[in-house]
Design a protein around this ligand. Structure first.
Ligand code: HEM
Ligand SMILES: CC(C)=CCC/C(C)=C/CC/C(C)=C/COP(=O)(O)OP(=O)(O)O
Length: 334
């Protein structure tokens, strides 16, 4: 009898754990981690490295819940095509592990908790921005553009660029130019990130009639667009240095290096646009690129780094003025 009870409890626990896993899977948790790194990075810069720990925790949690809600609604809306594609067939909705009704209730609950948490612990602007992220990702990307335009990801990508705005607003209560540059960095980063993946799984998207760029315009045209966006990304990242002066020498060096490697990889892809391995390498690098760029921003904003940054800047400016002095005296005297 005792054993039967134990077996029953064990089975129930296993079922509970499996249900829990299915709901977690609905939220696409691995993507959320990088979204949160951009939120935390923005908070760190906005507070010049002196962010309140409770505010950081609650904002990141609120942002995670909003993104989880957005991803769940995306899974709900796309369950028809997810069922047909190999890559997505085993997601909780197409495989029947979660019912559409339960997924909807889950997504609404997540959004409501996120809104309340952000309003109470951060401010209304941060909460409204998070909700606008859900609206953009679901309304503009998922329901409207994903199945109708090759530029779906360019315009819909704005949703993924909202998390740093949430973080910035949570700290300062408003949105400065620097916050909008962070938005612009992720906005320009998203097409190379996604199109590299789309090159790898082009046939899957073609099978379900989703007009991703490689499906409609081909591999070479997509690789060309990827290269254009990676080149554009470099000056956009530098806007934080000049004219905004929010970042210093350490960020500049790391951002230029990371951007240089990104361009090099995109160029390699252009040489061989149908090579899946090269596309995979660009996709993987895009994730590393954004994570390290945020880390560079964080390091650059540390109070201790300011001293080092000032010394490097003074040295570089001093060297330049010496050089200009030398050149002008040489040429003016000759
Ligand atoms: C609307 C714009 C975006 C689209 C359409 C998009 C699309 C995708 C897709 C289809 C995947 C593969 C997911 C899977 O196999 O389940 C993926 C992976 C990923 N995305 Fe994006 N993405 C976008 C924006 C972003 C943003 C803004 C971030 C973070 C800042 C991000 C971070 C990631 C990460 C970290 C992965 C890898 C997840 C893993 O390890 O499996 N994405 N993305
Ligand atoms: C502030 C806030 C709430 C922002 C939300 C931003 C957000 C959730 C971005 C996620 C991007 C993403 C996973 C796209 C995949 O979509 P897909 O449908 O093309 O991927 P799939 O083919 O794998 O289903």
């Amino acid at each position: 009898m005792q054993e039967l009870i134990y077996a029953d409890v064990a089975r129930r626990n296993r079922n509970l754990y499996e249900a829990f896993q299915s709901y977690v899977q609905l939220t696409k948790p691995r993507i959320i981690v990088l979204l949160l790194i951009t939120t935390a990075g923005a908070m760190w810069i906005a507070s010049e490295g002196q962010v309140d720990a409770v505010l950081m925790l609650t904002t990141v949690l609120g942002g995670a819940l909003a993104a989880a809600s957005a991803n769940t609604i995306n899974c709900l809306y796309d369950r028809d095509i997810d069922y047909v594609m190999e890559r997505t067939r085993w997601r909780p909705l197409p495989s029947g592990r979660v019912s559409p009704r339960d997924a909807l209730i889950f997504a609404i609950a997540l959004a409501m908790i996120s809104f309340t948490l952000l309003t109470v612990c951060a401010n209304l602007l941060a909460a409204v921005l998070a909700m606008s992220g859900i609206a953009t990702y679901v309304g503009i990307y998922t329901c409207w553009l994903k199945r109708s335009s090759t530029q779906n990801i360019v315009i819909g990508g704005a949703a993924g660029a909202i998390p740093p705005l949430v973080g910035w607003a949570a700290v300062t209560g408003d949105l400065s130019w620097a916050a909008w540059i962070l938005f612009a960095i992720i906005f320009v980063w998203t097409p190379p990130h996604f199109w590299a993946l789309a090159l790898m799984i082009r046939d899957e998207y073609a099978k379900v009639g989703v007009p991703m760029l490689p499906v409609v315009e081909g591999d070479a045209a997509t690789a060309k667009q990827i290269l254009i966006y990676t080149i554009l990304l470099m000056p956009v990242t530098m806007l934080l240095v000049y004219p905004l002066h929010v970042m210093g020498a350490i960020y500049t060096a790391i951002a230029l290096y990371l951007g240089g490697v990104f361009i090099q990889k995109a160029y390699q892809l252009l040489q061989n646009p149908s090579d899946r391995q090269t596309a995979r390498s660009v996709f993987k690098y895009s994730i590393l690129y954004l994570a390290f760029l945020c880390i560079a921003m964080g390091v650059d904003s540390l109070p201790a780094t300011h001293i080092l940054n000032n010394q490097i800047t003074a040295y570089v400016t001093g060297s330049f003025s010496n050089l200009f002095g030398f050149l002008s005296s040489t040429y003016l005297n000759s």
